[in-house]
Design a protein around this ligand. Sequence first.
Ligand code: PLP
Length: 423
Amino acid sequence: MTHVFHRHLRQTPPVAAGSHGMFIRDAEGREYLDASGGAAVSSLGHAHPEVLAAMHAQIDKLAYAHTSFFTSEVAEQLADEMIGSAPEGMSHVYLVSGGSEAVESALKMARQYFVEIGQPQRTHFIARRQSYHGNTLGALAVGGNAWRREPFAPILVPATHVSPCYPYREQRDDESAGQYGLRLAAELEAAILAQGADRVIAFVAETVGGATAGVLTPVPGYFKAVRAVCDKYGVLLILDEVMCGMGRTGSLHACEQEGVVPDLMTVAKGLGGGYQPVGAVLAQRRIVEAMSSGSGFFQHGHTYLGHPMACAAALAVQRVIRRDGLVAKVREDGVAFGAMLAEALGAHPHVGDIRGRGFFWGIELVADRASKTPFDPALKVNATVKKDAMARGLLCYPFGGTVDGRLGDHVLLAPPFIATRQD
Ligand code: PLP
């Protein structure tokens, strides 16, 4: 009998006992090829000796010092390096312990920014359906995953949800990808005007959608049009790159490929690659300056902000990725990876769509390809895929089934950047 409050209360998962490179080993000695990096976390693979050495060195020096008293060398170094490679105008990094914390922090930063600049009437967030921004209450409120929201809906702050960029299901036959992107931007504009343009704080979106509707890559021009709409009404653009960021899609930040710069951007999973719980918000200078010249304080904070061990792990992971040119490798090998998936699975009668970028691929499973009809959620196809894959020594990340009661089943493949073509 377990005393761990597991995700599933009627089943206990196998015990992970060790790991190396692309593999996790369970207590019975079975090895699993980690083709999803957990949930797109393990960017560098497991037990990288240089990361372990950096963590050992850090713990010998300083394991923890509360950020109301001290900063640390390692937090300063990490922030310097992250800003050195950040989108234009970003000046500060707020270091937290994971993705949901990063999103919560970004939402509050955005709200406080408007309070500081004398626009306290801005109280409303707009986000997208079929999105995921985390499980804490603020992040869940902007998230558009109906299944995750349902039990908690009555205690979530109201937010508006517009359409995601989901060409496989929602681009019309009579419109081009460009026209589809513009239609979505027009929908966002209408939602802003419906709320009252001076009441909206921010539009929140994953640059490349992750754990709700398979990997959703934006159509060309969509984010540029979204950026223009936000600018027109003084609405902030918060891009959530917790899953798709830090090299996963073949550029360090996914927004680079869209040609847009957000006002706030969240990152997490690939930042620390799973070696420590760590996430961050990258903020534009004018947002930080509004606070520093106003109240002088961000009215937020967690006990483990800028945790030295988390920073040491993230710094080491990011340095190895940069030194070894792994983002360029992901970009190049990602093309081959997509082609391999298309060749192996593209004609499968239950594969509706294969989409992605870099080492971030989603496979949408359907009962019928021609009509794109999803499987009956009661069949729990994604759970079966996960179980069968594990039985064959493969970790892939399935989700869906009951998303909006109709969207069906998806499998996410997001291997560590070190994966070879053989893997
Ligand atoms: N945002 C996105 C886009 C995510 O994919 C996730 C997690 O999957 C989160 C936020 C929440 O991150 P965490 O699980 O680290 O709290």
